[in-house]
Design a protein around this ligand. Structure first.
Ligand code: DGY
Length: 324
């Protein structure tokens, strides 16, 4: 008997409970080897499946979306960010696109705090020293970092994750939190302990730590460029859990080499998984492999959220997380 359920192509391996659930709901094509699909394979999926469930590492370009003949009607992204999908083309072709907000907010905010603490307290550098067998013992002047508690945190982009970071910083670390994100209602910002500033530059000038939480977009590309890095105080630390291209990585490397700012902590990069080799040589930068949402809880919830979006769509109702 043939399976008449919608065909769903899942581009990467998902947590086992999500894959089991998906197989119960759809005629699902899983990726057991977890090998990234090529552009040709993604195109083939667009031709043969009813839905695509990609991740943030699959480039769903205009050419892939526009393939003809095309069968896919919905692209349910596994991820809150969807800059991997040409949403404007999807919209023009009537292809529905969904994302997975909310369920990874706390996990990503926790990771932003992890990065802030690691950079401030030189945790990566210390770990490398111990593992290299190069630690010669405690001494009063050894590996001094900077205090986090009570300092000023500047947040650029006060969406869900930015607000969760603000709350952690103000409630947990007694930090003074300032932000720039004009569309956010002042009341919502105050509820997470954040005070507005008139411009990005005002935030940068006043902050001991700056955490980036804006989406990737053409306007936000290289938002942190050489000029803006130069505005930050020399003792400041920059944290990025948003998207790599909001920082001009080459300019940041120069700023870290010259000590224009003290340190940076990055979970995302301009050309993932490639990391600028010059950055890997610097001690004053923490480098993590895009771990923002990497908890079992978040990744299962992201998968479930994507499945709910697909189920809703195939039941004929607009999915809750529709972005196109
Ligand atoms: C997202 O969801 O956008 C993250 O970057 C990947 O978890």
């Amino acid at each position: 008997m043939s399976d008449t359920r919608p065909i769903v192509v899942v581009t990467r391996q998902l947590p086992a409970p999500v894959e089991r659930h998906a197989a119960g709901l759809f005629d699902v094509r899983l990726n057991a080897t977890d090998t990234p699909l090529t552009a040709e394979q993604l195109g083939e999926a667009m031709r043969t499946a009813d839905a695509l469930l990609p991740t943030v590492t699959d480039a769903i370009t205009a050419a892939i979306l526009g393939i003809s003949p095309r069968r896919v009607r919905i692209v349910a992204n596994f991820g809150v960010g969807y800059n991997n999908i040409d949403v404007a083309t999807a919209r023009s072709l009537g292809i529905v696109v969904t994302n997975t907000p909310d369920v990874l907010t706390d996990d990503t905010a926790d990771l932003a705090m992890t990065l802030m603490l690691m950079a401030a307290r030189r945790a990566g550098e210390g770990e490398r020293l111990v593992r290299a067998g190069a630690w010669t013992g405690w001494r009063p002047t050894h590996m001094l970092g900077t205090r986090v508690s009570g300092k000023t945190l500047g947040i650029l982009g006060l969406g869900r994750i930015g607000r969760a970071v603000a709350k952690r910083a103000s409630d947990g670390f007694g930090m003074r939190v300032i932000y720039f994100d004009p569309p956010v209602p002042i009341g919502e910002a105050r509820a997470c302990g954040a005070s507005p500033r008139e411009s990005i530059e005002d935030v940068l000038r006043e902050s001991d730590f700056v955490s980036l939480h804006m989406p990737a977009s053409p306007e936000n590309r290289h938002l942190m460029n050489a000029d803006r890095l130069a505005i930050m105080p020399r003792h400041a630390i920059l944290i990025n859990t948003a998207r790599g291209d909001v920082i001009d990585e080459a300019a940041l490397t120069v700023a870290l080499e010259r000590g224009t700012i003290t340190a940076a902590a990055l979970d995302v990069f301009e050309r993932e998984p490639a990391v600028n080799p010059a950055l890997t040589k610097l001690e004053n930068v923490v480098l993590l492999p895009h771990l923002g949402s990497a908890t079992t809880e978040a990744r299962v919830a992201m998968g479930e959220r994507a499945l709910t979006n697909l189920e809703t769509f195939f039941s004929g109702t607009p999915p809750r997380d529709r972005v196109a």
